[in-house]
Design a protein around this ligand. Structure first.
Ligand SMILES: [Zn+2]
Length: 425
């Protein structure tokens, strides 16, 4: 019989958007949450180990719905992939995973990298320790698309021809798109990542450029659905956002120029928008200092205000938002471990309550990860991905940015961080 743990006397933020439970009880049995509720309404099994956590707050493990496990330490897009040994970047990713755990993240969505899927296997076999990794592996892009890495020679880019580490699959036309989608699935992709517009960190295009046709997008979505998976699109320009949604894409990343049509479609199709403000804000603030190419800094500065305004309109209109940072590694300002900054930006710039921002980082982000049935809320039957924090993030969201206040991090009922001896009591 698996051990039963009863946490009592604590404030519980379930991640569902409901008001918190004060003086609550959580019963954890093995990997799962067996019960949750107010003290007195939940039966505590006789054989449970009971721990009183008065003064603490429990919430679902945080989820970053869009980041990259690249293991880079600067935004120098030439040096990092070409001159840093691959094994060095893998070691850095392992460090990044530890930082994410310490920061309370129990699931991360790797929106494309050359390391995520391999690390996922290492986590599964117990070689590595970290949050649950949901990874796209390769990124599908058209020729001259955001994922075509135009600052490199073409023969360096597509993983099927490049002799260098890369993460791109270049495909043009419906048949090539189907084949690239199948190639990504063959590698073990948990979902398929595509780019339907230009971007900030792609040299020769602009965020508003439209990439892939609707027919190409539909073909990729169909291939994903055949394998019971979904598509997550990098989409910044209005038309590329609309095309992605019409093509059946489930998760829209960035959404810089989302317009009324995009807002209506996103609501109608129950899509999730992951605006990733953190990376744009950090490039605007620290761009050149962290090695970002000049053209990238200029584009970030040009779009940030529109980005905030358009996403705010989408939020006010009822589009479902999730937190994701688009952070790439331990670069100052794009450091894994600082990912809760996106919640603070949602509160400060979108005018959300801390409770709403937490819902975006838990339930909604679980939906964007394709894991809504198993994680993201503290509810009966869900996996016990739970963090315990000192103080109350509902009165100050910045509590979640302080790793010293995140005292327990558990994934599937097992402690990955335990500063209060909860599991040794
Ligand atoms: Zn990204």
């Amino acid at each position: 019989m698996s051990e039963i743990l009863a946490l009592t006397g604590l404030r519980i933020i379930k991640g569902t958007g409901e008001a918190p439970i004060e003086n609550g009880v959580i019963i954890i049995e093995g990997r799962q949450i067996r019960d949750v509720g107010t003290s007195g309404s939940v039966e505590i099994p006789e054989n449970a180990k009971v721990v009183d956590l008065k003064g603490y707050t429990a919430l679902p493990g945080l989820i970053d719905a869009h980041l990259h496990l690249f293991g880079v330490r600067s935004l120098d897009l030439i040096k990092e992939p070409l001159l840093i040994p691959y094994a060095t970047r893998v070691a850095r990713v392992l460090q990044d995973l530890r930082a994410l755990i310490s920061a309370g993240f129990t699931t991360v969505v790797d929106a494309g990298s050359d390391i995520g899927l391999g690390v996922k296997q290492a986590l599964a076999e117990g070689t590595a320790v970290g949050p649950r990794v949901v990874s796209a592996g390769y990124i599908l892009s058209q020729t001259f698309g955001h994922g075509d890495q135009h600052y490199l020679p073409p023969e360096y880019v597509d993983v099927r021809v490049s002799r260098l580490p890369s993460y791109s699959l270049i495909c043009d036309g419906v048949e090539e798109c189907r084949k690239a989608a199948r190639y990504a699935l063959r590698a073990g992709a948990d979902f398929i990542k595509i780019t339907t517009t230009g971007g900030v960190l792609s040299e020769k295009d602009r965020p508003e450029y439209t990439q892939f046709t609707i027919e190409e997008i539909k073909a990729i979505v169909e291939e994903a659905e055949h394998a019971n998976r979904f598509v997550h699109a990098h989409a910044q320009g209005s038309r590329g956002i609309v095309n992605a949604l019409k093509g059946g894409v489930k998760v829209i990343a960035h959404g810089i120029y989302i317009d009324d049509e995009g807002i209506e479609l996103a609501k109608e199709r129950n899509a999730v928008l992951v605006p990733t403000f953190a990376i744009v804000e950090h490039i605007v603030r620290y761009g050149e200092e962290i090695g970002t190419p000049k053209w990238g800094v200029e584009k970030a500065k040009a779009v940030y205000e529109d980005h905030l305004n358009n996403v705010k309109r989408a939020y006010k209109s009822g589009v479902k938002l999730a937190t994701g940072t688009d952070f790439v590694g331990g670069v100052k300002a794009l450091r894994h471990g600082d990912n809760a900054v996106e919640l603070a930006i949602f509160v400060e710039k979108l005018g959300m309550s801390p409770l709403e921002a937490i819902t975006c980082a838990t339930r909604n982000a679980a939906e964007a990860a394709g894991l809504a049935d198993s994680v993201g809320t503290i509810e009966r039957g869900k996996l016990a991905d739970i963090i315990i924090v000192k103080e109350n993030p509902l009165t100050d969201i910045n509590v979640l940015l302080d790793k010293n206040k995140i005292v327990v991090v558990m994934k599937e009922g097992k402690p990955l961080k335990d500063m209060i001896g909860l599991f040794s009591k």
